[in-house]
Design a protein. Structure first.
Length: 193
């Protein structure tokens, strides 16, 4: 079973997450930042993971610490649940539309952290989330789940749609890349971690 449970407590956030890569897209998410809740809910649904996540953060300041630390915790949870990567597809990519928006995402579950994020945001806010925190979230995520993740906005002008397409595209590529289709480590090195 590819599951994990991670907790992390700092002076800025208190986070617990339970993740099952082989779930059914079920979720229970409370971050204190409504727009981030929405993005993580659709991330769980479209990746097919089961995710329970609670975050108590210093959102009276802003959402930065919560978004970044949730990325850290989710990255650690994915890394633990994915284990040595035996049998996974490893690579995946998708072109994902969201109304007028099109986002490309590609990933390599390679054991090395690399984020290529090219998605300018038309607005500084989406609901109660500072849009610059989308990149911060994914940077923290791949810093703790060492993968290569490429996200590129092809076009789009609605900030909500752009961010939603980014989270959905990342979810779909992770689902495909983490699909188990064999029993070998997908590397000539014999390891991907």
């Amino acid at each position: 079973m590819r599951q994990s449970k991670i907790t992390r407590k700092t002076k800025e956030t208190d986070i617990s997450a339970v993740l099952n890569i082989d779930g059914g897209g079920n979720y229970s998410i409370e971050t204190g930042v409504g727009f981030l809740d929405h993005m993580l809910e659709l991330f769980a649904r479209h990746s097919g993971i089961d995710l329970e996540l609670k975050c108590k953060g210093d959102i009276h300041i802003d959402g930065h610490h919560s978004a970044e630390d949730i990325g850290i915790v989710l990255g650690k949870a994915f890394a633990e649940a994915a284990g040595d990567g035996r049998g996974i597809e490893r690579y995946a990519s998708v072109m994902l539309p969201m109304d007028e928006t099109l986002v490309m995402a590609a990933t390599d579950i390679c054991g090395r952290s690399s984020l290529c994020f090219n998605a300018p945001m038309p607005s500084a806010k989406a609901g109660d989330l500072d849009t610059e925190l989308v990149k911060e979230f994914f940077s923290a995520f791949i810093g703790n789940f060492p993968i290569a993740l490429h996200i590129k906005l092809m076009y789009g002008d609605n900030t909500h749609h752009i961010i939603e397409a980014i989270f959905k595209a990342a979810a779909v590529t992770l689902k495909k890349a983490l699909t188990v289709s064999g029993d070998r480590i997908p590397s000539t090195k014999g390891t991907i971690v």
